[in-house]
Design a protein around this ligand. Structure first.
Ligand code: HEM
Length: 504
């Protein structure tokens, strides 16, 4: 097996396994033990890969035996084992994957462009009119795009009922999803038999299960009602229901809806928050991007997707944000279904494998000052690496994972990151806010992130201003012109949401 930190009898490396911010400890161990190393949790082998060549070998040559996910008792309790993103490699997973994949191909995503752009215009409008709530706006934007595509219904406000129900449920769901936050039931199966009054996690699982059933079933029934009334708007659920693509299995339908919304909402919102944090911290990068946008697009029209190819500096900013702050720093774990060899080592059947994105993207052998935000590195070399770095197996999409479980939403995510990065940079100056007492700028801390499994900046203050009165009037005008696109997804709005859109 690959080398690794010293183990103790019976427990293996349990005593030293990080309960929070595992990606930092994984990076430290990679420096000590190399691009592939292993740990033991009781008798369960864990393999960590922090080298792009070995990751590529895994994805291209061993994908068939690493397409499973590790068993997760608590998640299965909530979702009957049908939560698509963490589901075992099974016929249910294959069925759901094929349905979702078809709705997110490049061609399918071209059909989603109008709603994506309209929501991104609202994102600018919201930033302009309520800049202090920019954290909430990023989440509303991603959620509304995803639910429009999936279920044909949007959320025009941060307080829209479907969005509030989702965020309430997500808070509790994240506590179950976070490794180490709950007792290790998968490692010590005896814990399953602890009575509920001593096992708070059992009550939590029940609560989340009830919340998911209520929310996801409501998407299905709204969609069924619209179909009966002949008011289709081309959502994915319409085709799932209409063509019976997932059969009559309600749990499979909920597990697919849940993973689609979870996968598509928080990820892209966290990218946007990291983008803003990095821009505030780096006025030079922002000013270079502004100059580039001024010369290619000008201030008299909005950028369009085709402009992106002409904006190498904006491209470099997007790549650098995803390098310095990959959204899922340790990726999503795989599970081996047969013994394999990798880079000359034996990987036993039943091993959990992490492709450790943060480790790959922060290796100081390959990246100059890896902890510094510096988009220029991507102008100097294709992957942002140092001259002479070994780029075997490296790509610019490490953050989407790989093999058969590669992110199914990557085309939509890319379109979304491209359009929002161009819009936000075209429209706004992001600056450190001024302290009203000292009249000095309040610096942002680019390392102030929360401790969960995703790379999530803690709330920070920032001064957001539209770059010119002309750009402000274009944003207003474009927001008004986007009304017909929005209307397609507004059949089932709550009375408050309906009143809000009427008054726009
Ligand atoms: C910046 C945005 C995004 C990032 C960084 C990201 C990253 C990832 C990663 C690392 C994985 C695991 C891949 C693997 O196991 O190899 C994943 C899986 C997944 N992603 Fe994304 N994602 C993003 C956006 C999206 C979007 C917009 C959707 C839309 C539906 C989505 C849906 C999913 C789903 C359903 C899976 C599970 C795939 C499976 O297990 O078969 N993601 N994503």
């Amino acid at each position: 097996m690959p080398p690794g930190p010293h183990t103790v009898p019976l427990f293996g490396n349990l005593h030293m396994f990080p309960r929070k911010n595992a990606y930092l400890k994984f990076t430290e161990w990679a420096r000590e033990h190399g691009g592939i190393y292993s740990l033991m949790l009781f008798s369960r082998p864990i393999v960590i890969i922090s080298n792009p060549r070995i990751a590529r070998e895994l994805f291209e040559k061993k994908s068939a035996s690493v397409s499973d996910r590790p068993p997760t008792y608590m998640i299965d309790l909530v979702t009957d084992g049908k939560y698509f993103a963490l589901a075992r490699y099974s016929s249910d997973w294959r069925r759901a994957r094929s349905v979702i994949q078809k709705s997110l191909t490049k061609e399918a995503c071209a059909k989603h462009e109008p709603i994506l752009q309209a929501e991104a215009i609202q994102l600018m409008y919201d930033f302009m009119t309520k800049p202090e709530q920019f954290f909430k706006h990023t989440f509303r934007f991603t959620y509304s795009v995803i639910t429009s595509i999936l279920a044909g219904i949007r959320s025009p406000r941060s307080t829209s009922p479907l969005l509030t129900a989702f965020t309430d449920m997500l808070q509790k769901w994240s506590v179950i999803l976070e490794p180490g936050a709950q007792p290790p039931v998968d490692l010590l199966p005896i814990l399953k038999y602890v009575p509920e009054r001593w096992a708070r996690w059992k009550g939590l699982c029940k609560e989340v299960r009830a919340g998911q059933i209520e929310l996801y079933d409501s998407f299905v029934s709204m969609c069924e009602r619209r179909m009966e009334q002949d008011m289709r708007n081309g959502s994915l659920l319409e085709s799932i229901i209409g063509e019976g693509k997932l059969g009559t299995d309600r749990a499979l339908m909920r597990g697919t809806i849940g993973a689609f919304i979870d996968g598509g909402t928080e990820t892209t919102a966290l990218f946007l928050r990291s983008l803003i944090l990095m821009l505030v911290s780096s006025p030079e990068a922002q000013s270079k991007a502004h100059k580039e946008l001024d010369s290619v697009v000008g201030s008299e029209r909005l950028p369009v997707p085709a402009d992106f190819a002409e904006l190498p500096y904006v491209q470099a900013i997007v790549k650098e944000v995803l390098r310095i702050r990959p959204v899922l720093p340790t990726g999503v774990p795989y599970y081996t279904t047969k013994e394999e060899t990798l880079d000359g080592y034996v990987i036993p059947n039943g091993s959990t494998i992490f492709v450790h994105q943060y480790g790959i993207l922060h290796d100081s052998e390959d990246y100059e000052d890896p902890d510094i935000f510096n988009p220029d590195r991507f102008l100097r070399s294709e992957f942002g690496t140092k001259p002479g770095a070994d780029n075997t197996g490296r790509g610019n999409e490490t953050h989407f994972g790989g093999g058969r479980r590669v992110c199914v939403g990557m085309n939509l995510a890319n379109n979304s990151m491209i359009i929002t990065a161009m819009y936000l940079l075209w429209a706004f100056d992001f600056k450190e806010p001024i302290d009203p007492i000292t009249l000095r700028p309040i610096p942002v801390d680019i390392n102030n992130y929360s401790e969960g499994i995703a790379t999530s900046p803690n709330p920070f203050k920032c001064d957001i201003r539209v770059r010119s009165p002309l750009q402000a009037s274009i944003i207003r005008q474009e927001f008004h012109s986007a009304r017909p696109v929005f209307q397609r997804y507004e059949y089932d709005l709550s009375p408050e949401d309906a009143a809000y859109v009427r008054n726009q």
